[in-house]
Ligand binder design. Sequence first.
Ligand SMILES: [Zn+2]
Length: 267
Amino acid sequence: MSTIEKVLTRIDADLDNSLSRLFDLLKIKSISTDPAYKDECRTAAEWLAKELTSIGIDATVRSTEGHPMVVGHRKSGKPGPHVLFYGHYDVQPVDPLELWDTAPFEPRIATREDGTKIIVARGSADDKGQLMTFVEAARAFIAETGDLPIDVSVLFEGEEESGSPSLHPFLTANKDELSCDLALVCDTGMWDADTPAISIMLRGMVGDEVIVKAASRDLHSGHYGGAAQNPNHIVASIIAGLHDENGRITLPGFYDGVIDMPEEVTA
Ligand SMILES: [Zn+2]
């Protein structure tokens, strides 16, 4: 059997324990947007640091202005790329509660009409489930072979669902420690239920406030209507002008430093 086959066999054999560990994490109410759950967020971070340490990844909980980060390393200068694995332990709020069939923080396995099984709990699909696939893969690899095949660092944050305000300052402050050749973000989706997908890019958001002022006083519609500039129209035309007819952003300099997609990807 090849190494990878041995690791996969071990993962299959350990599935019940893996599920029970995932369920333990899913029970923690780590809702990052609601200050009432601040302690639960820290509990999730501590749970993960302990879990990583127990499998041989040297991990600590690191405080930020907001919810803590979990940083872990298993590095011995192995040849090949140094990979940083990213995930988040915080979850979306659960309201409205009455739309849940069962309590969101009491994980369960449900069988759907077509016979397939799913894990039902807040965070099971975003991002605790994905995050634990990495932890379990690392656990099996270390247990089976005594090590990971490459140098690995781990970064779990607790503010992804609330705009990640601490992430950029944390990355900047810990640039040397977290520098890597490749960042693996496990917070995406599957192509379909049976086909894993490798997402090669993610989109972001920009928020801003724009104030448009026109007339200095109320203007009578009978005298000025249609002739004087109306701020609503101006704002509408600014928004409409942000994209051209092909959906490309028209802001000068927006694409500076953005690499064009290789043809193999766009084809
Ligand atoms: Zn996510």
